[in-house]
Design a protein around this ligand. Structure first.
Ligand code: BGC
Length: 393
């Protein structure tokens, strides 16, 4: 019989989504504008996405049927605050209904307050380059918490601030499409860290008492001979400056998908012979163990894997990836690291940002015309792991 790796009691198993990627019709944020800007490189409009604005109940039921304990989703700032200082009770009530329903199903709702999208009114003021942007975010979080906090089980302030800043100001595939702009990158990175701190304060003011943290995109950086200096440099600007902003938080959310090999000339792109995912990067599920270990060592905080998964059109590859990633995560427990949960990205095949709907990360397929949801074999596989609280290797 294959060895079985058991997880501690209360280990939290969940799946994750983000508002703009699944709700549809989010026409009032910077991403919608970017999708419709000629030359932005976005493959297609997010459009109706998965119509989860209307079908969220069905989504939650799937999570519950899989036997998971938690559902991580984001609330859309541009719907809740469609204009500067103007708040929508209807939008807040919409999310309140989701929180109530999650509890009725025995699911812990994990709420993300910023998952890549910024309202157009704030983008017009300069986005996170606008000097008051962190205060604006803090005000939004305070307002949303007033309305929702009593029902929140866990809060993620900002999803991957490092990706928002890096891809938006140095690579150009995220709004506002800045390329190689180190000065603006630094401004935005610092602003996002400050926004995170203000959000933590707003969340702590309640109502409700729940763990609060940031989620960070991390990779298993591995140096080849001569690559150590570059590795140190990449990690410090992609990870460490953000990890430093988590002091005093309740947890750190690690999100990882692959590894990066670093040689004397920088990051080495995977060659033709390397097994890759639909995202172009290496198929490397074992990134979970190394990233969780590092996040725990650097911050001293409890860790949740708030995202991990694979964009693939071969569901057997997804099953292999998840099994190996979860086994690798288990390895850190044996070293006494306080890993408390694992969230699979993603529940649904959804809008994968600049790549449109092509890279499919979902445990559940979504018909692009009828929006019918069809769980894949990997959904049952992942659900069985969660229910057994154990993975077979
Ligand atoms: C993001 C998700 C994205 C996923 C897969 C993460 O960086 O939080 O929004 O879909 O990676 O690329």
């Amino acid at each position: 019989m294959a060895p079985v790796l058991s997880f501690p009691d209360n280990f939290l198993w969940g799946t994750a989504t983000a508002a703009h990627q699944i709700e549809g019709g989010n026409t009032n944020n910077d991403w919608w504008r970017f999708e419709h800007t000629p030359g932005s490189g976005t493959a297609e409009s997010s459009g109706d996405a998965c119509d989860s604005w209307n079908r969220w109940n069905e989504d939650q039921q799937i999570v519950s049927d899989l036997g998971l304990g938690a559902y991580r989703f984001s609330i859309e700032w541009s719907r809740i605050e469609p204009a500067d200082g103007e708040f929508s009770t209807v939008a807040l009530d919409h999310y309140r209904a989701q929180l109530i329903a999650a509890h009725q199903r025995g699911l812990k709702p994990v709420v993300t307050f910023h998952h890549f999208t910024t309202p157009q009114w704030l983008a017009d003021l300069g986005g996170f380059e606008y000097e008051q942007a962190p205060e604006r975010f803090g005000r939004f979080v305070a307002k949303a918490t007033e309305h929702l906090g009593d029902l929140i089980s866990m809060a993620c302030t900002i999803n991957e601030p490092n990706i928002v800043a890096f891809i938006g100001y140095r690579i150009g595939f995220f709004p506002p499409g800045g390329v190689a702009d180190k000065a603006r990158y630094d401004v935005v990175a610092d602003a996002l860290c400050r926004a995170h701190r203000l959000a933590v304060d707003a969340l702590r003011a309640g109502p409700g008492t729940f763990p609060i943290g940031m989620t960070l995109s991390m990779a298993d950086w591995q140096a080849l001979p001569g690559g150590e200096a570059h590795l140190h440099e990449f990690r410090s600007h992609m990870e460490d400056r953000y990890l430093a902003a988590t002091e005093g938080d309740d947890f750190i959310g690690v999100q990882c998908y692959t590894r990066h090999l670093v040689g004397p000339n920088g990051v080495i792109e995977p060659g033709e012979d390397v097994r890759r995912t639909l995202m172009g990067y290496e198929f490397y599920p074992e990134c979970t163990g190394a990233t969780v270990r590092r996040a725990a060592e650097v911050t001293g905080l409890p860790v949740y894997l708030t995202e991990n998964g694979i964009g693939t059109d071969n569901d057997e590859d997804r099953i292999e990836y998840l099994g190996r990633a979860i086994a690798s995560a288990h390895g850190v427990l044996e070293d006494g690291i306080d890993l408390r949960g694992y969230f699979c990205w993603s529940l649904l095949d959804n809008f994968e940002w600049v790549f449109g709907y092509k890279p499919t990360f979902g445990l559940v397929a979504v018909d692009r015309t009828t929006f019918v949801r069809t769980p894949k074999p990997s959904a049952a596989y992942f659900g069985a792991i969660a229910q057994a609280n154990a993975v077979e290797v």
